[in-house]
Design a protein around this ligand. Structure first.
Ligand code: DGI
Ligand code: FE
Ligand code: FE
Ligand code: FE
Length: 187
């Protein structure tokens, strides 16, 4: 699948605003892949498809989580987390993407996971620092992303946890596991 085919498929799933975000994530993912030596085409495709399921009805996402090989504990946490693994499933079903590295990077772009791959980290970080993002702390993460990929991902996870804490939201355990795993392995 080439870039234009992927963009066409994704555009039909998203609002204009979310599509512009997606273009930004693709641009940032390609930059990070170049800098850190990842497969540029895979990074770009994973980024293009990362929010594929963002606007699927909650009931449809819930059904897919119940029926497919997706961790059921997600159903006990915020529905904002669901579009990532459901997206990976739908991208395989509807767009015919079979590359497991790409599908995993999509599945884990919201929570991260223990043992994140280079591609997982690139998509996670690109989602956070793409040019359209303007929340507090993003500039610091952009700078870190030029120096140290893991340090940048850690700071993005830390900011996300802090933000959720401040909003008095429930935090999905995998988000903490991602943070701890990266911190333990930071050199
Ligand atoms: O889809 P995006 O908006 O581009 O970004 P995303 O998929 O990284 O995050 C979607 C939302 O999920 C965002 O508002 C933050 C939220 N989120 C991330 N981790 C957690 C979480 N929400 C809860 N409740 N718990 C988490 O651990
Ligand atoms: Fe997302
Ligand atoms: Fe994210
Ligand atoms: Fe996104």
């Amino acid at each position: 699948m080439n870039r234009n085919e992927a963009l066409q498929l994704v555009k039909a799933q998203l609002t204009e605003k979310r599509y512009v975000h997606t273009l930004g994530v693709a641009e940032s993912a390609v930059e990070l892949a170049e800098r850190y030596g990842a497969d540029i085409k895979k990074a770009e495709l994973a980024a293009i498809f990362h929010d594929y399921a963002k606007f699927r009805p909650k009931e449809e996402m819930k059904q897919i989580i119940m029926e497919q090989n997706i961790t059921k504990d997600l159903l006990d946490y915020h529905s904002e987390l669901w579009h990532a693994p459901v997206g990976a499933y739908l991208v395989e079903q509807e767009a015919g993407i079979t590359d497991q590295e790409i599908l995993d990077a999509i599945a884990y772009h919201t929570s991260g996971r223990i043992g994140m791959t280079l591609l997982d980290k690139i998509v996670y970080l690109a989602d956070y620092i793409e040019p359209g993002r303007s929340f507090p702390g993003v500039e610091e993460v952009r700078k870190l992303a030029e120096q140290n990929l893991d340090a940048a991902v850690i700071q993005a996870v830390r900011n996300t946890i802090n933000f959720l804490m401040m909003k008095k939201q429930v935090i999905y355990p995998a988000t903490f596991h991602t943070y701890n795993d990266l911190i333990k392995n930071l050199k």
